[in-house]
Design a protein around this ligand. Structure first.
Ligand code: E4P
Length: 214
């Protein structure tokens, strides 16, 4: 399973890349807004830092505008994945972009049928927002399961990025289901290795080691 960092924060990306298990980055307009930096300054830096896929999101609403915006974003580097919301005009744009060899991430996905259309449009990735579904009483991980089954049934190559991750169990459950990627915040990524029993176990070994004659 690939793990992407869900942020536009340079310092977080810098530190997370030192961990050795971050395979890419996903940004979105809300992440960019938090940095208070101009996208034209921020995007090239992120794209250069990361040796893996970097999702940059379009913010226009018609297919023609989305394609133009996507082409500009794709110019930032070969590892750019253009993130496009799953709406009619977005899917039309994704079809055109996939014909032109531009990689896409169909985002804000809440239903298996949206994911089916994303695959038919030739999306490279689809991003089901599991945590946001859970928060309105639907089962986000079940959506991942349905998408995995549909893609398996028809042999679609679109990869599933589990997004809007709220806790480590979202990643564990999605990994068991065979999701290709999970994207999560800096803090959730850190929680993947943290365990109180591990800390205790390490301390016990260090205490024992101090008793060993040297
Ligand atoms: C993923 O690509 C999205 O940017 C992100 O996971 C959105 O989730 P949020 O609900 O945390 O904003």
């Amino acid at each position: 399973m690939q793990l992407f960092l869900d942020t536009a924060h340079i310092a977080e990306i810098e530190e997370a890349l030192t961990w050795g298990f971050i395979d890419g980055v996903t940004t979105n307009p809300a992440h960019v807004a938090k940095t208070q930096q101009r996208p034209a300054d921020l995007y090239p830096r992120i794209v250069e830092m990361v040796d893996g896929p970097v999702s940059l999101e379009t913010v226009t609403l018609t297919a023609g505008e989305i394609v133009d915006e996507a082409l500009r974003l794709a110019d930032y580097g070969e590892n750019v994945i253009v993130k496009v919301p799953v709406m009619k005009e977005g899917l039309m744009a994704v079809e055109e972009l996939s014909r032109r060899g531009i990689k896409t991430n169909v985002t804000v996905c809440y239903s298996p049928l949206q994911a089916l259309l994303a695959a038919k449009a030739g999306a490279t990735y689809v991003s089901p927002f599991v945590g946001r579904l859970d928060s309105v009483g639907h089962n986000g991980v079940e959506l991942v399961d349905q998408i995995r089954t549909i893609y398996g049934n028809y042999g679609y190559g679109t990869q599933i990025i589990v997004a809007a991750v709220r806790h480590p169990m979202h990643i564990l459950d999605s990994a068991v289901l065979g999701a290709d990627v999970a994207t999560a915040s800096f803090d959730i990524m850190k929680s993947l290795w943290e365990h109180p029993l591990t800390d205790l176990g390490i301390q016990m070994f260090l205490d024992a080691w101090s008793e060993v004659p040297k």
